[in-house]
Ligand binder design. Structure first.
Ligand SMILES: Nc1ncnc2c1ncn2[C@@H]1O[C@H](COP(=O)(O)OP(=O)(O)OP(=O)(O)O)[C@@H](O)[C@H]1O
Ligand SMILES: [Mg+2]
Length: 229
């Protein structure tokens, strides 16, 4: 068995309100290096709450969250931000690319604070774009790319800092069927290469792509029957 990337021990989050909302009920969850896990649930079930905790954007109100074995509860804000930048690649539904920068610049800019030398940054960005099948479009502006290509640029940007975890929030939510299939196929390839991938979705079909699926309903996380562990 590989080492845990995410380990939740009785992690819960209640928004203070009033009235208080128990958005995530105490849950235990282990996601190991190289797993491809999908988290599926309806609107308001707690998916974003879960993602914000896993992505170190929000701290749980109780319980312990270990990322790569490190207790994140003990971190100061700056350390938490640095850890997020190093360990987690984010992919969102709406791409979040800079419209007036080329694909290559969008990916290169993700490494500005990484300490990687400038020349090396461009090299790595180019490699990441080749990896997602966009080696021929590195100079293109996002507005000249299809939705699926834009999402692949966003995935290259998420990967370029070599994170331990790729955290995707409805990565196909803005894509037509063909582009959605291409992005899901890319995520499956990255998983086959050893990347740890976590996809959050309300779409059961997307959820079915995970090697393992966790459901969330009314803030309660449950392992889906039939998937390992
Ligand atoms: N900042 C907040 N303050 C109070 N309650 C909140 C806050 N953010 C979310 N909630 C509540 O917490 C619950 C879970 O919300 P969450 O955003 O995690 O759901 P979701 O599964 O991501 O939904 P969607 O699919 O619509 O994005 C909901 O009842 C929501 O109203
Ligand atoms: Mg949400």
């Amino acid at each position: 068995m590989t080492a845990p990337v995410i380990e939740f021990r009785q992690v819960a989050l209640t928004y203070p309100g009033p009235p208080p909302v128990a958005a995530l009920r105490p849950c235990d969850l282990v996601i190991r290096r190289g797993e491809f896990v999908t988290v599926v649930g309806p609107s308001g079930s707690g998916k974003s709450t879960f993602l914000n905790i896993a992505g170190l954007l929000d701290a749980p109100t109780s319980g312990t969250y270990l990322l790569d074995g490190l207790d994140t509860g003990a971190l100061k804000d700056g350390d938490r931000t640095a850890l997020r930048g190093r360990r987690i690649g984010f992919v969102f539904q709406s791409f979040h690319l800079l419209p007036h920068r080329s694909a290559l610049e969008n990916v290169t800019l993700a490494m500005v604070y990484s300490g990687v030398a400038r020349k090396e940054r461009r090299q790595r960005a180019r490699e990441a774009l080749v990896r997602v099948g966009l080696g021929h479009r590195v100079g293109s502006l996002p507005t000249r790319l299809s939705g699926g290509e834009r999402q692949r640029v966003a995935i290259a940007r998420a990967l370029v800092a070599r994170p331990s975890l790729l955290l995707c929030d409805e990565p196909t939510g803005n894509l037509d069927t063909a582009n959605a299939q291409a992005v899901l196929a890319l995520l499956a390839e990255l998983h086959a290469d050893g990347m740890t991938v976590l996809v959050i979705t309300h779409d059961p079909e997307v959820a079915g792509r995970g090697a393992r699926t966790v459901t969330i309903r009314d803030g309660v996380l449950r392992e889906m029957a039939g998937t390992p562990r």
